[in-house]
Design a protein around this ligand. Structure first.
Ligand SMILES: Cc1ncc(COP(=O)(O)O)c(C=O)c1O
Length: 400
């Protein structure tokens, strides 16, 4: 008998397309068709990768040992450099053996939940959340338990909320600071308190540190396992070179965890992708073992652009927005605009509003629905000053 089940597995058919990549693709397609579109959708620095990193990749191409398979969890010298850098930036003692190099931070998230989740395990997920988290949790058989945070509390989850969500099935908390999409940065005392809470309750922490170097106006990154070292036995750190070194296209990330977790992730990766491209790993090695001067330059530009975007958005009637503390996003509420007539239409949701913005004002922003926060939208400020100013002006004109 032929197998008559559907062509695509239910597991994969249930995945939503990445809304951020979809918005970016739509904006790029419109641009390619000659439209003057300004894209605030993509979560990537507009800077080129630093020259010394590019040179390291060129040299790696010529080196025969990089033409062949290398160890699945990463080049030994890169894992060493990541362990060293993690001590420097996060204050965490870890060994190279605890590092698994992955195809971008996204792949590190994927591996981590595949390794940690049994069917039905609950993962505490503060919202607004990065759009890929719930999909990666669900794919691993886990259940995202969404904990909405409020603008009034700076989009930071509280211990009370975590405590109230606890059940016998709770496996882990997903923690990210600086946050995509809200730009929120938790102060060190809150990071430590949440870490102590997780430790006491025996809850794993998956902590995404990918925006560690992008903080503004006196806000600083603090690493949860850096502040609560005892957590390291039940903690996975996620990170990568994408945001810090303007290397989104190179696809190098990593996970750091206890030995059983990294061994399991290595096994998984040995059957899926094997080693990350050696050329990209050589580039990442140059990036993480160098100084942070390129980051400082980018951070200064982002700080200025973030302030400019925040000030412009704040002046639009019906829009409320917090000053970005980290990452490179503003996350305004458009609640005050919904239900108004805009360009002859009356959007009731931010999904509809963002469609109108793209069609009429030729500005691409990502609706909050993609981040578990309807009524809001995400705008990246990692684009040039002129485009940024022109794009927000178009939004103001459309809504004004
Ligand atoms: C919070 C967060 N984590 C991880 C990633 C993954 O980055 P990449 O896969 O490009 O290394 C991103 C990218 O947008 C992100 O915003």
């Amino acid at each position: 008998m032929a197998n008559t089940s559907s062509r695509i597995s239910a597991r994969i058919a249930a995945i939503q397309e990445s809304a951020t990549l979809a918005v970016d693709a739509k904006a790029k397609a419109l641009k390619a068709a000659g439209e003057n579109v300004i894209g605030f959708g993509a979560g990537e620095p507009d800077f080129p990768t630093p020259a010394n990193v590019v040179e390291a990749a060129i040299a790696a191409c010529r080196e025969p040992r990089f033409h062949h398979y290398s160890p699945t969890p990463g080049l030994p010298e890169l894992r060493e450099a990541i362990a060293f850098k993690t001590k420097r930036d996060s204050g965490v003692d870890c060994s190279a053996a605890q590092v698994v190099v992955t195809n971008g931070g996204k792949h590190a998230v994927y591996n981590t939940f595949q390794v940690l989740c049994n069917q039905g395990d609950e993962i505490l997920l503060p919202a607004p959340y990065w759009t890929s988290y719930p999909e990666e949790i669900t794919l691993a058989g886990g259940v995202p338990v969404v904990l909405p945070t409020t603008e009034a509390h700076g989009f930071r989850v509280t211990i009370e909320q975590l405590e109230a969500a606890l059940t016998p099935r709770t496996k882990a908390l997903l923690f990210v600071s600086p946050s995509n999409p809200t730009g929120a940065v938790y102060p060190p005392d809150e990071v430590e308190a949440i870490g102590r809470w997780a430790l006491e309750r025996g809850i794993w922490v998956v902590t995404d540190e990918i925006y560690e170097h992008l903080t503004y106006d006196g806000h600083v990154f603090s690493s949860m396992p850096g502040l609560v070292p005892e957590l390291m036995d039940t903690c996975v750190i996620l990170n990568g070179v994408a945001k810090t070194y303007a290397m989104t296209g190179w696809r190098v990330g990593w996970m750091i965890g206890p030995a059983d977790v990294t061994a399991a992730a290595t096994n998984l990766q040995s059957h899926s992708t094997s080693n990350v491209s050696n050329v990209a790993q050589a580039a990442a090695l140059a990036a993480v073992s160098g100084d942070l001067s390129a980051v400082v330059e980018m951070r200064n530009a982002f700080a200025r652009r973030g302030r400019m975007m925040f000030e412009m958005l704040s002046k639009i009637d019906g829009v409320s927005v917090l000053a970005p503390e980290g990452a490179f996003y503003c996350f305004p509420s458009f609640e005050g605009v919904l239900g108004r007539e805009i360009a002859g239409r009356t959007p009731q949701t931010t999904l509809e509003l963002c469609e109108i913005m793209l069609e009429v004002a030729k500005v691409a922003i990502v609706p909050g629905e993609a981040f578990g926060a309807p009524g809001y939208a995400r705008l990246s400020f990692a684009l040039g000053d002129d485009d940024l100013g022109e794009g927000v002006r178009r939004i103001a004109d459309l809504l004004g």
